[in-house]
Structures are given as structure tokens and as C-alpha cells.
Design a protein around this ligand. Structure first.
Ligand code: TYD
Ligand code: MG
Length: 465
């Protein structure tokens, strides 16, 4: 096949150029030209202001359908056999669906997917694992370690996209794993593997293949800190499902979170423990992110957070210490802008000043907490560190705090309280509307203090000293 010429398309205006230029010849923007195969760009994939008359002459018009007359077929799912993975996927893999799994190098992406394809193969599906990162021997070594020495999964060590698609087309597996998308390259482009152009082009072809063949495709994408490799973010809009691995590589727990799912609920999480023999699902994960203090320490508060449909207890730690002329605010696992906002609310409404202090906050175990219901716990941890006084043993908190100092209810408060009571916690500060109604009894063994405002929460803490 003659090599098709590639062209360069501006991401801003859609202008094209036959060679790479630093400045777009059409709109003058800098560094916006991205290489594309000529066939892809003539289909207008990156061309926002394409000439419609030109398109009309290129293709016949498409048939129009009435929404009410289109048959709505429920997607058929094939469970992978790994319950925690199925939970995030919304029940299993979907024929023709494309899933992107992102995460830091070494977090367990290859391990999880090898386990999943093996389980699928054992359940009678045809699974294919394309490895671009490791040799077949390295994959075999991992499979032995996982106790899968009899695995019937087909493995292909290949990085050239056209060859991969040809092989997939010939064997039509139920599921194909591409590990990783950043190692592939297409002949149509001259850019290096891992560049934005290559990653996009390869993902687009594989997505098209999935849709036309019905093979479920899983793309592995490394999250990269430096700009040399294009990260999985550039692909999020192209795929049906996006999963990210979270967790601290130093601890054994790993979370897999769905951040986009055209076939199921988002923000559902799967919890795994990395063991000697691969990833094992953790069915009751509510207490895994608590550090085991024997006595309470200042700056530590346990938060009941809701991850997907499951409540989990996560320890939030804060350290407030004398800062220099420009004090630092750092957060791990929590939003930094939100931290700045909470410090302002603490100052204005509760009279707690940290202006000249360094403030560090951390969610234990490498989890990322996105929900605002963490606010109250973060603020109580900061105050506790500043005062050098621990909260009582068995203390939990949750609730969103607004700019006016009001404490807003968290979704599904009763469930959070029930989980805390089940795990033996004894004192809680929560938003008023999350507390059991007046006259109702406290949850078994859990004394609940309901508050409307942040200053009220501070008052309650003082009475607990
Ligand atoms: P891996 O799946 O190769 O990570 P990724 O594909 O995301 O880069 O996981 C690598 C880490 O997992 C490595 O540090 C070794 C560890 N590991 C175990 O602890 N137990 C196991 O059974 C396996 C296969 C890996
Ligand atoms: Mg890997």
C-alpha cells in the first residue's frame, strides 16, 4: 500500500498545512498544528469550520430517523469475573465498547487486565492481549506469578497499528486489550509513538474497529507527568468508559474509579489489594483508609465519604505550622483551591486565623476525595492541628461548608452514619439535616451533634475537649 501523505491541522481554526510550522498560516496561533493522516482530516475530524458544500459532494446524505422509532436495545454485558472491576464497569464489558484505563506507571494496570482477560477466556470468551510495552516473555512471567500458567489468552507483541488492526480483524476476539496506547504508532504519521498525534490516530482507528466489529477494546494509558508522552486525557472524549487507578504505590490498596461511563454509573469505585499473586477484590473496603493510631493525635479527623454507592471512612490529616513570609498551602488527595477557600471561611466565620502558617492536608492511603462533604472534616483537622488538641477517640465528621459559613447536608447522610456506627465510632459532628430527626434516637453507640454553622461546630469541639 502506498504511504498516504499526512497533513498538519490547526487545533484552533482547522486550517491546514502540508508541513509542520510553529505558527498556523491561517489564524496565526502558535504551536497548534497537529499531524493527521490525510484521510482522517478530509473526514473533518479536527476541522471546526469545514466547508459543508465540499462534504456534501463527497458523501451522500444520511438517512434520518425518528427517535421514537429507533429500537432501544439494552446493551449486553459480559462480566469479567472480577467483581470489583465489573462494579466500576457497570456490570461487565460491552460488545463494541471502548474502555480507557489510566493510571501511574506501576500501579497495576497490566496486572488487572491480564487477570481480567484470563477470567474471560476461562469463561469461554476469546481474549487477545496486545503488549507493546513488554515482550511476550515478560507477560508470560507475570501470568505465572499470577498463577495463570495454563492461560489460553492469545498474546501479540506488536506496536504497529495497521498490523494490530489486521490481526484483530482476522481473529475477531470478544475483548482486546492494548497495553499501552502510548507505545503504538501508525504508518500514516511521521510523529513519534506517544505523541498526541499518534495516540489520537491510533485510538481513533481502534475505536472505529470496535464499533464495526463488536470487539470490546480496552486501552491502557499511562498518566505522564512530563509532556513528552500524551496522557490518557487526550482520549477521554473518544471512548465510552474511562477508568482511573488511584492509590499510593507504597500501600497495597488500589482504587479503580469510573469517571465516565456511557454504559453505567460514574464515580463508582472498585477496591483492590495488591498481593503476591495479583490484585484481589476487597469486598468490604470501608475501613481500609484509616491509619491505626492507638491514641488520638492532633490534626487527624475521620471523614465518612461516599464513593459511588459505598460509604468509606478515610482519615484526613492536617498539619499547621509556622510559615515564612509566603506560607504554603499544600494538599494531597484534596482540592487545593477548595483548601484556600475553607481557610478563608475558617478565618472569617470561626475566627481561626492561619494567615502566617503553612497548612498541609492529606487524605491517607492515596485516595482522592472530590466531594465537598469533606469540608467539615478538613476544617476540624486544621483547627485541631493549630490548637494542638486531638479530637476524641472514635470521632467522625462530614458536611459541606459554604462561603457564608453554613454547614450544608451531604447526600445519603443516614448511610454514612450507619457505616460509622457499624465500625464502632462514637461521636459525630454532622449537618443538621443529616442528623436523625428530633426525638429520634442516636445511632447505636454513636452520639450525633447536629450543626448549622461552622462556628457552632467549633463550639461543639470545645465541649468535647
Ligand atoms: P503493573 O501491572 O505492571 O503496573 P502498570 O501496568 O500499571 O505499570 O504492576 C506492577 C507492580 O505490581 C509491580 O511493582 C509489582 C506489583 N505486583 C505485585 O505486587 N504482585 C503481583 O502479583 C504482580 C503481577 C505485580
Ligand atoms: Mg503495564
Amino acid at each position: 500500500m502506498a504511504k498516504e501523505k499526512s497533513i498538519y491541522v490547526c487545533g484552533e481554526c482547522g486550517g491546514t498545512s502540508a508541513k509542520w510550522l510553529g505558527k498556523c498560516p491561517s489564524c496565526g496561533a502558535w504551536n497548534t498544528l497537529v499531524e493527521q493522516s490525510a484521510s482522517a482530516s478530509s473526514a473533518g475530524s479536527n476541522n471546526r469550520f469545514g466547508n459543508t458544500a465540499q462534504f456534501a459532494s463527497l458523501a451522500g446524505s444520511s438517512e434520518l430517523m425518528l427517535l421514537s422509532e429507533i429500537e432501544a436495545v439494552d446493551v449486553a454485558r459480559t462480566p469479567t469475573g472480577l467483581d470489583e472491576l465489573d462494579r466500576v464497569l457497570g456490570g461487565g464489558i460491552v460488545a463494541g465498547g471502548v474502555t480507557l484505563i489510566g493510571g501511574d506507571p506501576g500501579i497495576g494496570k497490566s496486572t488487572l487486565l491480564l487477570q481480567a482477560v484470563d477470567a474471560l477466556q476461562r469463561a469461554g470468551q476469546n481474549a487477545l492481549y496486545v503488549t507493546g510495552e513488554e515482550s511476550g516473555a515478560q507477560v508470560a512471567l507475570r501470568s505465572r506469578r499470577l498463577g495463570l500458567s495454563q492461560s489460553q489468552v492469545q498474546v501479540m507483541a506488536e506496536i504497529q497499528l495497521e498490523k494490530i488492526i489486521a490481526t484483530l480483524d482476522a481473529s475477531r476476539p470478544t475483548i482486546a486489550v492494548i497495553d499501552s496506547i502510548q507505545t503504538l504508532y501508525s504508518d500514516q504519521l511521521t510523529s513519534a509513538p506517544g505523541s498526541v498525534a499518534q495516540v489520537r490516530e491510533c485510538a481513533a482507528h481502534l475505536t472505529r474497529f470496535a464499533k464495526t466489529s463488536g470487539t470490546a477494546v480496552v486501552l491502557v494509558g499511562h498518566v505522564t507527568k512530563e509532556g513528552a508522552l500524551a496522557g490518557p486525557r487526550v482520549l477521554e472524549h473518544m471512548v465510552d468508559t474511562v477508568l482511573y487507578f488511584e492509590g499510593d504505590t507504597h500501600s497495597s490498596f488500589r482504587l479503580v474509579r469510573a469517571i465516565k461511563n456511557r454504559f453505567g454509573a460514574v464515580n463508582e469505585i472498585g477496591v483492590f489489594a495488591m498481593t503476591e499473586r495479583g490484585l484481589k477484590g476487597v469486598t468490604n473496603p470501608s475501613a481500609i483508609f484509616l491509619s491505626q493510631h492507638t491514641e488520638p493525635v492532633p490534626g487527624s479527623v475521620v471523614l465518612v465519604t461516599l464513593e459511588g454507592t459505598r460509604p468509606m471512612l478515610v482519615e484526613v490529616q492536617a498539619l499547621v505550622d509556622n510559615g515564612g513570609p509566603s506560607p504554603r498551602r499544600l494538599s494531597v488527595g484534596l482540592d487545593r483551591d477548595r483548601l484556600a477557600m475553607l481557610l478563608a471561611v475558617l478565618h472569617r466565620h470561626a475566627g481561626v486565623a492561619c494567615m502566617d502558617q503553612d497548612v498541609f492536608v492529606n487524605a491517607v492511603g492515596g485516595v482522592r476525595i472530590g466531594e465537598p462533604a469533606a469540608d467539615l472534616a478538613v476544617m476540624l483537622a486544621i483547627t485541631s492541628s493549630l490548637r494542638g488538641k486531638p479530637l476524641p477517640k472514635g470521632f467522625i465528621a462530614f458536611g459541606e461548608v459554604g462561603l457564608a459559613g453554613e454547614v450544608r447536608p451531604a447526600p445519603r447522610g443516614q448511610e454514612r452514619l450507619r457505616e460509622a456506627a457499624k465500625l464502632g465510632f462514637s461521636v459525630a459532628i454532622v449537618p443538621r439535616s443529616n442528623a436523625p430527626k428530633k426525638g429520634g434516637r442516636d445511632f447505636e453507640g454513636l452520639t450525633i451533634h447536629a450543626v448549622d454553622r461552622i462556628e457552632e461546630a467549633m463550639e461543639v469541639v470545645r465541649t468535647l475537649d
